[in-house]
Design a protein around this ligand. Structure first.
Ligand code: AHR
Length: 522
């Protein structure tokens, strides 16, 4: 992406009439010029809707309290699932949910999570807080939940402490329509018809919590386990191989060279944090340096996806194996007074921008990246939703996912951006990120993110191949870097209407500092 260094700086009070909503101090700022060229007549790859997937692990209050409260709870629920959370997730059109982990997956034994709940064994969740795991949310509860919110199921199998037989039997239990003993057991437990099982993960972070393996060892083990992941012809899951951590390109080289023809997808995990692993930084009350560092780390996804993809291209030039970024998101220090193993953190405008920048990167790599699962759905890391007993709030990240819904299944379009950089101390990144696509209804959708918290951006977009008059949509911004929704003020950060005008042949978009805008071109 070419960067226009030292670009013209305009001082402009941004057009409040054009923005079409109430005046806030954030909308009057120094503004820089940014030019964008969108080629609406050069369709690229389809943006798989699974890029908007999520991850729900048995971790802290991610499942218990966040999704599942049980039928006898005073919190309004449907068969044990919180009504408020289910409604919010349905609105988000979640395409796919990955479960039960994460690290938890490699100590999960599926037989302990079926049958009458009061007879299921209580285990210790050794990875996450050493708390009791009641096993009340098991295979039936997860697959019914996925159906309830209209999402596909992505089940992650246990390689680290399980066996190929246990894995094979789990798949049979879920998918078989025969009279096999396992299928009959499923029926006796209340589910007559098999569930659809489109995605099955073989191992999780096998380089770490999933078994501390070498890639050479795991490549063989992967092939062994994956051989026994079957399922009937019309319900055969795609197999996902546990992949690399961040920039471990050797892992990708070995896995793809040795096992590519046995996998449908290969996973990558990358988390964003402003500091070091031992001292990541707080989720609120952070400095502008931490803001810049976080966003700078977030856009590293571009380099990671490009480099892993180019290794994949070498071994799989026809792109038969997809890249699934099945864990990504921000990871900050745990909040004081909470179990540090629960990974509960607040979610601010900064997280919203991490989400929009990352989704833009996935759009640009839509030819190889076919699924991504933000970590995690509720109450854990970069959550969509936070709950506290009967209260619930949607996070700024939720709002970005909701604003980006038109991109699900859309056709990506080339967008070239000439933007100055936003620099702060050692951190520097393009000030404006843009993503364009033609949605399923044929409408041109454009997303803009302005990462600079102090300067606006006056964007002029040339759009070839389409006649347009103007564009309208929504904006997400706020007056502080760590603006957030709380249980008392659940609507402090939420999208507002936004309009952009046509001048000459160009679309003019006035982006306030630290904002995300998605518009449909009319
Ligand atoms: O999402 C939290 C943890 O991060 C997952 O359990 C693990 O796979 C990763 O290290």
């Amino acid at each position: 992406m070419p960067i226009l260094q030292g670009a013209l700086r305009l001082t402009a009070a941004l057009g409040l009439a054009t923005l079409g909503f109430a005046s806030l101090s954030v909308y009057a700022a120094e503004s820089v010029a940014v030019s964008v060229t969108i080629q609406a007549d050069k369709p690229g790859a389809k943006i798989d809707r699974n890029l908007y997937g999520q991850f729900a692990e048995h971790l802290g209050h991610g499942i218990y309290e966040g999704i599942w409260v049980g039928e006898n709870s005073s919190i309004p629920n449907t068969r044990g699932y919180r009504n408020d959370v289910v409604a919010a997730l349905k609105k988000l059109k979640v395409p796919v949910v990955r479960w039960p982990g994460g690290c938890f997956a490699d100590e999960y034994h599926w037989r302990e999570g079926i049958g009458p709940r009061d007879r299921r064994p209580v285990k210790v969740n050794t990875h996450w807080g050493a708390v009791e795991e009641p096993n009340s949310f098991g295979t039936h509860e997860f697959l019914d939940f996925a159906e309830l919110i209209g999402a596909d199921a992505y089940v992650s199998g246990n390689v680290g402490s399980g066996s190929p037989q246990e894995m094979a039997e789990w798949v049979e239990y879920i998918t078989s329509d025969t009279k096999s003993t396992l299928a009959e057991m499923r029926r006796a437990n209340g589910r007559e018809k098999p569930w659809k099982l489109p995605y099955f993960g073989v191992g999780n972070e096998t380089w770490g919590c999933g078994g501390n393996m070498r890639p050479e060892y795991f490549a063989d083990l992967y092939k062994q386990f994956a051989t026994f992941v079957k399922g009937p012809r019309d319900n055969r899951p795609l197999k996902i191989a546990s992949g690399a951590n961040v920039a471990d390109y050797h892992w990708t080289e070995v896995m793809l060279s040795q096992a590519a023809k046995h996998m449908d997808a290969y996973s990558l995990h990358y988390y964003t944090f402003p500091g070091r692993w031992e001292n990541k930084g707080p989720s609120i009350g952070f400095t502008e340096d931490a803001w810049a560092s976080t966003l700078n780390h977030a856009v590293r996804m571009e380099e990671l996806v490009s480099k892993h993809s180019s290794i994949m291209d070498k071994h799989d030039p026809d792109k038969k194996v997809a890249l699934y970024v099945d864990e990504w998101g921000t990871w900050y220090d745990p909040e004081a007074g909470r179990n540090p193993g629960f990974l509960y953190q607040q979610n601010t405008l900064r997280d919203a921008l991490v989400a929009s920048l990352t989704l833009d990167i996935f759009h640009r790599h839509a030819d190889r990246v076919k699924m991504a699962n933000i970590a995690q759905m509720v109450n854990v890391l970069q959550a969509m939703i936070l709950t506290d007993k009967e209260k619930m709030t949607l996070t700024p990240t939720y709002h970005v996912f909701e604003m980006y819904i038109p991109f699900q299944g859309a056709t990506s379009l080339p967008a070239e951006v000439q933007s100055p950089t936003y620099s702060r101390g050692e951190w520097s990144l393009p000030q404006v990120s843009v993503s364009a696509a033609r949605d399923a209804a044929g409408k041109l959708q454009i997303a803009f993110t302005n990462v600079d918290p102090n300067k606006g951006a006056a964007v002029s977009a040339k759009i070839s191949g389409v006649n347009f008059k103007a564009a309208s949509g929504r904006i997400l911004t706020a007056s502080t870097l760590d603006a957030r929704n709380t249980f008392d003020k659940p609507e402090a950060v939420k999208p507002a209407p936004f309009k952009a005008a046509k001048k000459g042949n160009e679309l003019r978009v006035e982006l306030p500092p630290k904002s995300v805008v998605v518009v449909a071109v009319e």
